[in-house]
Ligand binder design. Structure first.
Ligand code: ZN
Ligand code: CA
Length: 400
């Protein structure tokens, strides 16, 4: 998904230059937007239906400066919504030839109201860290590696805000990525429109760009010289444009008189030079919410519903009490496993271990409560445990 070494060289190479957007989200070679390969789109969400995505913002700070204010976070959500709704105040700067292709996506974002445990939340998690800066290695996405663990990525857009290594403004995971690392990382001073923000990434567009990736959009040039993003209404582009280009920017790759669409959110230009997604990009993003799409689960998210669990909104330790098997003893061919952790369960794995230490069954955890087939287990005592490194939850059960 991401070319670690290449992107590292890229952004280290740009450190001494003027501030330049560096997003290290590089789509997998096999990944391609599907909007135009689907001829029958009758399982798509109707284009007029507004889709609202619950967002959790994990603020990882070392210095007080990095512990950005709630006002800064809210300003980012507002900017994101304006960009996705084409209500951005600077839309009038988009040249008419491109403005006519611009879309209001009918995709919205709100800070989560309820956490994966069903408890009331502000949608903001704050955590002090000893780490001075973070690279694009996903370590920020797990408690075990010093980060803040991903909330159920089937229901929440996880956004981590932190001090990134010099030059890196952000990175995102594409649809279909591993649940445990699904989400977006943004540098704290490139986040929001007020507070600790730094020119030229002071209009919240780093997140707009990264959410584009998170919903399957590629960079306009498809990360290749004169490449393509698979979207029909965005012109081919020589590479990433930076700074504040002057319209029209003609290149050998887009020899039309209108040139390259450097004001598109999926370019690398300064925040002030961006201002639109196209209708084609809108269709591609919304395809992710179709029944067969990678983001379809968001239509059923409870992240914006009223809290249903009145326990204090605190992070419970992951321990045996949070892993429950019933009925116990198991006298049926299936049993129910309940995994009750504050960070959600998706993407975790379990193993059932017999009393002789032999692993007799393994599987993926898909939901907080799921059915496990134990028909083939002989009578006896078993241990079931989560096998991921960040948790050592386990409990015992008896099969009759
Ligand atoms: Zn990018
Ligand atoms: Ca294109």
């Amino acid at each position: 998904m991401r070319l670690f070494i290449f992107s590292f060289i890229l952004f280290l190479g740009s450190v001494e230059l003027k501030a330049q957007r560096v997003c290290s989200s590089t789509s997998q070679a096999s990944y391609a937007p599907t909007a135009f390969s689907i001829t029958s789109q009758n399982n798509n969400v109707p284009i007029e239906q507004v889709i609202t995505i619950p967002v959790v913002v994990h603020v990882l700070y070392n210095s007080a400066t990095e512990n950005i204010s709630e006002a800064q976070i809210i300003s980012q959500i507002e900017a994101l919504n304006a960009d996705f709704a084409k209500t951005n105040k600077d839309f009038n700067k988009v040249p008419a030839v491109f403005a006519k292709l611009a879309a209001s996506t009918n995709i919205r974002f709100e800070l989560a109201k309820t956490n994966p445990m069903g408890q009331s939340t502000t949608g903001i998690v704050r955590k002090k860290t000893t780490r001075l800066m973070w690279s694009d290695d996903n370590k920020i996405k797990a408690e075990a590696s010093g980060g803040s663990t991903t909330w159920d990525a089937n229901s929440y857009l996880n956004v981590w805000v932190c001090n990134t290594v010099p030059g890196l403004t952000g990175y995102a995971s594409f649809p279909g990525s591993a649940m445990a690392t699904d989400g977006i990382v943004v540098r704290y001073d490139a986040f929001g429109t007020t507070g600790k923000i730094a020119f030229p990434f002071n209009k919240g567009r780093t997140l707009t760009h990264e959410v584009g990736h998170w919903l399957g959009l590629k960079h306009l040039w498809g990360d290749q010289q004169c490449g393509d993003d698979g979207i029909e209404d965005t012109p081919k582009q020589r590479g990433g444009n930076t700074g504040d280009p002057v319209f029209p920017k003609i290149s050998p790759c887009s020899p039309n008189p209108d040139g390259e669409m450097f004001m598109n959110y999926m370019d690398f230009t300064n925040d002030a030079s961006m201002g639109m997604f196209t209708e084609g990009q809108k269709k591609a993003m919304r395809t992710q919410f179709a029944v067969s799409g990678s983001r379809n689960s968001f239509l059923k998210s409870k992240g914006l519903a009223a809290a249903w669990n009145n326990m204090a909104p605190e992070v419970l330790p992951v321990n045996t009490r949070n892993l429950v098997v019933y009925p116990n003893p198991v006298h049926t061919s299936t049993m129910r496993l309940v995994v009750n952790t504050p960070m959600g369960v998706n993407g975790k794995n379990f193993a059932i271990i017999a009393s002789n230490g032999q692993v007799v069954k393994t599987g993926h955890i898909q939901e907080m409560e799921q059915e496990i087939d134990v028909q083939h287990l002989s009578a006896g005592m078993y241990q079931i445990r989560l096998t991921d490194t960040e948790s050592n939850s386990h409990t015992k059960f008896i099969k009759n």
